[in-house]
Design a protein around this ligand. Structure first.
Ligand code: HEC
Ligand code: HEC
Length: 374
């Protein structure tokens, strides 16, 4: 018995050695380590497209291996609105991130294929191009990586990457669109994700009345109440909102791209229903912390917070006035704002309303999809 185990061990060790050594030899032969040679990224074949950021937004960050072109953006838009990405052809990205509701949905938590419920409210896709990390807990590093998530998520689109690729490859229309955009007949999930990400980089909200006032110096762009609200929003001794919902000198993303615990979802004993960023980082400080969302187009995006538990912006403000839900990990910047008068609260709401803007024309459902769904 002993010798048999010993023999097996020797065999395993030899096998490992052979693998390691042959790898070394191969590396020496090529002069490079395997890590230096990622598979060559397929690049778009069209002319790179300049995405023009509207007033109040910085230039859109573009990853070097996915410069947008008119063709990849158009293809991404087609895919974004197409339920072909879901297992039973019922759910598209737009089902949960619809242009009619500020690129979110009306449900507290999203409903996927077969009505399956997720655990979080869908965040907006608007200005997600600027997020340094994606998802409420920041678990995806890029829009490209993010887009692959929902397709295979059993409570969202419940499909598989292989299945989606097979279905697209069987559709002559998509084969032609991929060929035009990427110069290849071989559709892959990476090209699906890259196309969708390029479309998402055009879903921008800026040039709101606030931007025309603050960055465009148009004194009449917002009401007197909204002007007072902006001051309260920025004043560290008053609303102190901008400490997290950042407003810069030249542009405003309304997020610090960081994670904070506001006690959303904490019960009366301070127990958290969702550990948020902690699940990713395993750092104690991240317990129940979620990414600061942008506040652009906020009026269109009810319900609010990561669990969709607040039906109106007024209710969301009320959470801050009360000082958040007490729990061990509450952010140190969160404290009661009950000293704000009712007029001051209305001013902050008037300011938040001034962040609603007309979105670009070419980000809604493309013509063919609109016809097909009628
Ligand atoms: C069934 C509803 C549903 C579908 C379908 C869906 N999403 Fe989402 N999406 C969500 C939810 C919920 C989250 C947040 C999940 C989390 O943070 O854990 C999210 C997060 C995101 C984010 C991150 C935004 C941010 O601020 O972090 C982006 C971008 C996004 N989705 C794009 C897409 C794209 C592209 C598709 C289609 C391929 C898609 N979604 C399909 C519900 C959905
Ligand atoms: C300590 C940082 C911080 C401060 C200060 C702060 N916020 Fe937030 N805000 C967040 C985070 C983080 C979330 C998401 C929390 C969650 O869902 O768990 C959020 C969410 C929101 C939402 C809901 C957005 C959505 O997409 O659902 C609104 C509205 C909002 N904040 C307004 C304000 C206002 C108004 C103030 C000032 C009175 C303020 N915030 C102060 C970090 C902050």
């Amino acid at each position: 018995m002993r010798t048999r185990i010993l023999n097996a061990l020797v065999l395993i060790v030899t096998a490992v050695l052979v693998v390691v050594l042959s790898d070394r030899i191969a590396v020496r032969a090529s002069g490079k380590s395997a890590a230096d040679q990622p598979p060559a990224a397929v690049m778009p074949i069209g002319k790179p497209l300049q995405i023009k950021a509207p007033l109040g937004l910085p230039p859109v960050p573009i990853p070097p291996d996915n410069p947008p072109t008119a063709e990849t953006v158009a293809l991404g838009r087609q895919l974004y609105y197409d339920p072909v990405l879901s297992a039973d052809n019922t759910i598209s990205c737009a089902s949960c991130h619809s242009p009619d509701t500020g690129f979110t949905d009306r449900n507290k938590v999203s409903n996927g294929v077969g009505g399956k419920k997720g655990t979080r409210h869908s965040p907006t896709v608007i200005n997600s191009a600027y997020n340094t990390l994606q998802f409420w807990d920041g678990r995806a590093p890029s829009l490209e990586e993010q887009a692959k998530g929902p397709i295979a998520n059993p409570v969202e689109m419940a499909s598989s990457h292989a299945d989606v690729v097979k279905r697209l490859q069987a559709d002559q229309r998509y084969v032609a669109l991929f060929k035009q955009a990427w110069g290849t007949d071989q559709i892959t999930i990476d090209l699906v994700a890259k196309s969708i990400a390029s479309f998402e980089r055009t879903v921008l909200c800026g040039n709101s009345p606030f931007d025309r006032y603050y960055y465009g110096h148009d004194k009449n762009a917002i009401s007197a109440s909204a002007k007072r609200g902006l001051k309260l929003f920025m004043n560290p001794k008053k609303g102190d909102c901008a400490v997290c919902h950042t407003i810069g000198k030249d542009y405003a993303l309304f997020t610090d791209n960081k994670f904070h615990n506001l006690g959303i979802g904490a019960d009366a004993d301070g127990n958290l229903s969702d550990l948020g960023r902690f699940v990713e980082s395993k750092k104690d400080a991240d317990m129940g912390a979620f990414k600061t969302p942008t506040l652009r187009d906020i009026a269109q995006r009810a319900p609010y917070f990561h669990d969709g538990s607040f039906p109106s912006v007024r209710d969301a403000l009320g959470h801050y006035v009360g000082g958040g839900n007490m729990n061990k990990h509450l952010d140190k910047e969160i404290h009661a704002l009950d000293f704000l008068s009712f007029d001051e609260r209305d001013d902050i709401l008037a300011f938040l309303d001034s962040l609603t803007a007309k979105l670009p024309d070419n980000i809604g459902p493309p013509a063919e999809t609109a016809k097909a769904s009628k």
